[in-house]
Design a protein around this ligand. Structure first.
Ligand code: C2O
Ligand code: CU
Length: 490
């Protein structure tokens, strides 16, 4: 079917039903939550873990009885999880066994431009590329996903996304829940055809779309799964890996979520909230203590992770925790998690607004049928900003109306939010961030200190380009992406 057959009214993308769409959705809480395990490296040297990953077709079992063809790293959906350590390099050799161009971006990584998955740095079918990640950042939850210009939305939707955790000693020494009590949750939504295939209702090149929101919510690749838990604390590393959907996370028993981390790793102090908005690309880490929930098998022992921003019945719930056993708990959430001085790493350099040498404004809006940045569409030949390493700048992100959401993500850098709509940021977004949610008409000012790019190979004068874009992936593809070039002397 051509794009025209699927041209949707922009504001109704989630509620429109498509011709052969799956009618009978799988029952919620029918599948047990899969817990991702770290992919073992192909080999390791004194300094580096090496991975060989092949992007290929595979099959996922999501809808009972109806296999779903996917595109995956190593043919897996959801993608593999890599566990890295601060100070130890990761070298990933990625081979493209898919019929289309791909580019792998390590979202959140402090990395040389050559390994950043620049949108035009394409691996053609049959091609391969080695990406090197220095991991000189504090413990944090990252993810990697496809980033090829104009086809990221379809490639990610088909399954090209995986988790990448960085651990460090500082975090190891905190009494937070660990091991089996430290669980990543990758939240994604999908539409399905009646035969179990993912339904993507647009042509990849269709600029008219305001994105694809599915009526089935997947966590770690299963529809509305349940996790059988003990009556104790869990650390949940939540990634919104959806193309376009924003979730308002909350627990059905009214219990708070204790936010301990965001994209830049642990917050200085935990923040307790009743609900937590999370937009595409963002990560929040929360601790949830089930000690107050009666252990058992009845409804009183069940706590649902809800979505307060649901636009239809099926997306109101995300997953369920069934508190079925007792366990001791020696974990705690310390009142100070990672104090300011221990926040410092290569992308978290201390600076204050008074250090800023300039302010740049980035306006995200719809212009002439395209999603644009400052009225312009993506053009690899145009550089929109040229900060030098060490410069401190204020970047102002403006959502210019229409009620659209835009999660904004510059590569390479981490930032601190100075103001959201003229006021201090929400407490949960007070840590280091690299993706920031612009709702409705939001205007967010952030403070960035441009780090030295970790150049691989011969040092010397350099200039490297990095994209800044909306992480609502259909917006990014069409064409809400610009770029900045960081340069330095040696
Ligand atoms: Cu996760 Cu440039 O993106
Ligand atoms: Cu957007």
């Amino acid at each position: 079917l051509g794009a025209a057959a699927f041209a949707l009214p922009l504001e109704r993308s989630a509620r429109t039903k498509f011709g052969d769409q799956l009618e009978k959705l799988p029952p919620p809480f029918g599948a047990e939550l899969p817990i991702p395990k770290p992919l073992p490296p192909t080999r390791a040297s004194a300094t580096t873990d090496f991975y060989n990953i092949t992007m290929k077709k595979g099959t996922a079992s999501i809808i009972p009885g109806l296999p779903t063809p996917i595109w995956g790293y190593n043919g897996q959906f959801p993608g593999p999880m890599i566990s890295a350590r601060k100070g130890r390099r990761v070298s990933m050799t990625v081979t493209n066994d898919l019929p289309e161009n791909t580019a792998l971006h390590m979202h959140g990584a402090y990395v040389d431009g050559d390994s950043d998955g620049y949108p035009e740095d394409k691996m053609p079918p049959g091609g391969a590329k080695t990406y090197v990640f220095p991991n000189r950042q504090n413990a944090r939850t990252q993810w990697f996903h496809d980033h090829v210009a104009h086809h990221t939305a379809t490639n990610v939707y088909k399954g090209l996304a995986g988790l990448y955790l960085i651990g460090d000693e500082f975090e190891d020494n905190l009494p937070l829940p660990k091991g089996q009590f430290d669980v990543p949750l990758v939240v994604q939504d999908r539409l399905f055809h009646a035969d179990g295939r993912f339904l993507y209702p647009f042509e990849a090149d269709d600029h008219s779309t305001n994105g694809v929101e599915g009526d089935v919510i997947l966590v770690n690749g299963k529809p509305w799964p349940k996790m059988t838990v003990a009556n104790r604390s869990y650390r949940l590393r939540i990634l919104n890996g959806s193309n376009a959907r924003v979730y308002g996370l909350a627990l059905s028993n009214g219990q708070p979520l204790t936010v301990i981390g965001s994209e830049g790793g642990l917050l200085e102090r935990p923040v307790r909230v009743r609900s937590l908005p999370i937009s595409p690309g963002e990560r929040y880490e929360v601790v949830v203590n089930f000690a107050g929930v009666p252990v058992g098998t009845g409804p009183e022992s069940r706590v649902t992770l809800e979505n307060l921003r649901a636009d239809e019945e099926t997306t109101r719930e995300i997953m369920r925790f069934d508190v079925a056993r007792r366990a001791s708990d020696d974990s705690t959430v310390p009142a100070v998690l990672r104090p300011a001085k221990d926040q410092i790493d290569d992308t978290h350099q201390p600076c204050v607004e008074a250090d800023a040498v300039r302010t740049r404004t980035w306006v995200f809006k719809r212009t002439g049928g395209f999603w644009t940045v400052n009225g312009k569409i993506w053009d690899a030949r145009r550089v929109d900003a040229r900060p030098r390493e060490g410069d401190v700048e204020v970047w102002e992100f403006v959502n210019n109306g229409g009620g659209w959401i835009h999660p904004i993500h510059p590569h390479l850098v981490n930032f601190k939010i100075l103001t959201r709509n003229g006021r201090p940021p929400h407490p949960w977004e007070s840590g280091y961030k690299e993706t920031v949610f612009l709702d409705g008409n939001d205007r967010v000012r952030v403070l960035i200190k441009f780090p030295k790019v970790p150049i691989e190979g011969t040092p010397g004068p350099y200039a490297r380009k990095f994209p800044i874009h909306c992480h609502h992936i259909e917006h990014e593809d069409h064409d809400m992406m610009a770029q900045f070039e960081v340069s330095g002397a040696a």
